[in-house]
Design a binder for this molecule. Structure first.
Ligand SMILES: NC(=O)C1=CN([C@@H]2O[C@H](COP(=O)(O)OP(=O)(O)OC[C@H]3O[C@@H](n4cnc5c(N)ncnc54)[C@H](OP(=O)(O)O)[C@@H]3O)[C@@H](O)[C@H]2O)C=CC1
Ligand SMILES: Cc1cn([C@H]2C[C@H](O)[C@@H](COP(=O)(O)OP(=O)(O)O[C@H]3O[C@@H](C)C(=O)[C@@H](O)[C@H]3O)O2)c(=O)[nH]c1=O
Ligand SMILES: [Mg+2]
Length: 285
């Protein structure tokens, strides 16, 4: 799409947006620092794009626990300013959020209107961002996704490939369940949503989008080892054996029926996405 403005240039989703939408303008930290929300709004008003996607965020879940002010500016105040500028221009704004807005109780998939209850600062600031975007009253959508991976940037797949090559045995949490999601699929879904929003001002709101089938981090790790032909044994552990500054939700299952119904976007199979990412990593090497 021409005249699409993207916040983020180096992130996983931002890089796949740049690949799928080569005409889009992707603003890195050097051109739009999200710790300066008004600068983000000014960048939109100066560029006068036809649509905006925010693919930048403070994603360091543990570090956020001791850096809450920065996380809040980046994850809540900046998206609010972006939504305000988009509302002023009358253009659609798509913002990306996370499964970590939920408390992870129970064992059923959560729909978009399920009660939230973030367990840490990252999730709390992302939830504040969602609320702030909605409160600006423009033409907005929030896509909540989970467990993002790709060939670029830092993610669980690349960590497991590194550790799996170094060790015979890895311990990985088996009681957190969710949907690993390829960044390329998120980028594709976001572009479809923004195109549909431009055609129909009635479309918008909160949408869940995650890869299928749901699995645990240990299950994800086992598939990574299998597809990469690494022999490291993955031993299941409970979250209590992997202490981290921020607690993670146990049940991260997202009910993705609404995005299928409203936009015709189905949950992608993350195992196929993983195969493509491993191919890309082999090509890079
Ligand atoms: N990663 C995941 O597992 C998940 C991510 N999400 C959400 O998906 C979206 C995309 O995430 P993903 O692609 O994985 O993100 P990454 O962690 O790969 O990248 C984050 C991006 O945000 C940018 N950024 C961070 N702080 C600032 C700042 N102050 N000013 C400008 N840019 C900044 C980074 O730039 P720089 O390189 O300069 O730091 C980078 O481009 C985010 O909204 C995230 O919350 C949702 C669920 C899971
Ligand atoms: C490296 C490693 C991690 N783990 C666990 C820790 C954690 O529970 C899980 C995944 O580790 P990560 O560090 O990738 O997790 P984390 O950074 O919390 O991932 C999250 O990032 C944010 C941005 C999101 O929005 C979420 O959807 C989610 O993807 O695996 C092990 O059990 N063993 C290991 O050797
Ligand atoms: Mg992480």
């Amino acid at each position: 799409m021409r005249d699409l403005l993207v916040f983020g240039r180096t992130g996983q989703v931002a890089q796949d947006l740049a690949l799928l939408a080569p005409d889009a303008t992707c603003l890195g930290r050097d051109r739009a620092d999200l710790t300066d929300p008004e600068a983000c709004a000014a960048a939109i008003l100066a560029a006068r794009p036809q649509a905006v996607i925010n693919a930048a965020a403070y994603t360091a879940v543990d570090k956020a626990e001791t850096d809450a002010d920065t996380a809040r500016r980046v994850n809540a105040d900046a998206p609010a300013a972006m939504a305000r500028a988009c509302a002023e221009l009358g253009i659609p704004f798509l913002h990306i959020s996370t499964d970590y807005v939920f408390d992870g109780s129970g064992d059923q998939p959560r729909a978009e209107d399920a009660p939230t209850g973030p367990l840490g600062v990252y999730g709390a600031t992302k939830l504040a961002g969602e609320a702030a975007v909605a409160a600006e009253g423009g033409h907005w959508a929030v896509m909540r996704t989970s467990w993002v991976f790709s060939a670029h940037g830092a993610n669980f797949v690349k960590t497991m490939l590194r550790l799996g090559a170094e060790r015979d045995r890895l311990t990985v949490v088996a009681d957190q369940i969710g949907g690993p999601t390829p960044a390329a699929e998120i980028a594709g879904a976001a572009l479809s949503m923004i195109a549909a929003m431009r055609d129909d001002p009635a479309r918008g709101g909160v949408y869940h989008f995650a890869g299928a089938p749901d699995t645990s981090w240990a299950g994800f790790a086992r598939e990574i080892m299998a597809q990469a032909s690494l022999g490291a044994h993955i031993a299941d552990i409970p979250s209590s054996d992997y202490p981290t500054p921020a607690a993670r939700p146990l049940n991260s299952r997202l009910d993705c029926a609404r995005i299928a119904q409203d936009f015709g976007i189905a949950r992608p199979d993350w195992r196929a996405g993983l195969a493509r990412v491993l191919d890309q990593l082999r090509d890079k090497a």
